[in-house]
Design a protein around this ligand. Structure first.
Ligand SMILES: C[S@@+](CC[C@H](N)C(=O)[O-])C[C@H]1O[C@@H](n2cnc3c(N)ncnc32)[C@H](O)[C@@H]1O
Length: 253
């Protein structure tokens, strides 16, 4: 690590255990990522669509679904989507060199558009957003913004799905690792309802056992009520238990 990199250990969430996330002050903008592609330092690149995402894509019923892949990189999942007949795919990436290459690859294909831009400033509405080593590529302090932006980009019944690392890394990120106990409250607070978040048996080999497959949707007011009601009931039960306990003690006297 260079001397000018300030390291902080991020505590994940009030009242929870710290979850081993280290963040540095590297500027992870277009230049950084462009340099990675230019110099061929693309250690994250699987060279194929992740089997877990292939499985997920195979479960999608609607070929017209508006699908977004942010931080798409070489976008193997996008090629798989095209091969399966999906017709409304958008890719966005911040690295000009990469985007130029993808735009050239898909020129004239109306089923896919490739946008050069910053995910955090992007606008649109999507039915499906696919996460693949993008969340781990942004600074951990941007994670809440990531969730809020995903919430904005998702249609009311839309779904964000993909893979998150369930491990720390013993070098300065990216990738920045983390764990389920840390991710869930960030999603929840940003307005996304986590429907699934479990270690997947379908990772590509080098990542076996270290990835969570997750699905999340936009929280509805009724979802909030369910959570609040459950909390309320729990609190009420605690109070009732306490009162009952006091009563028993008084009766004993
Ligand atoms: C670790 S790579 C992953 C690429 C691809 N998803 C994969 O799995 O091969 C992270 C990608 O996110 C892109 N990226 C980083 N920050 C971004 C941002 N704010 N907006 C759009 N793309 C971004 C980078 O250019 C890079 O292509």
């Amino acid at each position: 690590m260079s001397e000018n990199q300030e390291v902080t250990v991020e505590t994940s969430h009030a009242g929870m255990e710290a979850c081993c996330v280290v963040q540095c002050d590297l500027e992870l903008g277009g230049n950084y990522w462009n340099n990675q592609y230019e110099s061929g330092k693309t250690g994250w690149d699987l060279g194929m669509a992740s089997p877990a995402l292939v499985k997920y894509i195979d479960s999608l019923p609607n070929k017209d679904a508006r699908i977004l892949i942010p931080g798409c990189g070489n976008a193997y999942e996008a090629q798989y989507l095209l091969d399966q007949g999906f017709m409304n795919i958008t890719l966005i990436d911040i690295a000009p060199l990469l985007v130029e290459q993808l735009q050239a690859k898909y020129v004239g294909n109306s089923n896919i558009q490739v946008v050069l831009g910053d995910f955090f400033e992007f606008e649109g509405q999507f039915d499906v957003i696919i996460e693949q080593t993008f969340f781990c590529a942004i600074q951990p302090y941007m994670r809440s913004e990531y969730v809020k932006q995903m919430r904005k980009l998702l249609s009311p019944e839309g779904e964000l799905a993909g893979l998150l690392f369930d491990t720390g890394f013993d070098f300065d990120g990216p990738p920045f690792g983390g764990c389920k106990c840390e991710y869930k409250p960030i999603f929840d607070e940003g307005g996304l309802r986590v429907d699934e978040m479990e270690i997947t048996p379908d990772s590509a080999k080098p990542r076996a056992g270290t990835e969570l497959f997750f699905r999340a949707g936009v929280k509805k007011s009724t979802d909030a009520c369910v959570v609040d009601a459950a909390c309320g009931i729990k609190q009420y039960a605690n109070i009732a238990e306490k009162l009952n306990w006091n009563k028993i003690n008084q009766d004993k006297k």
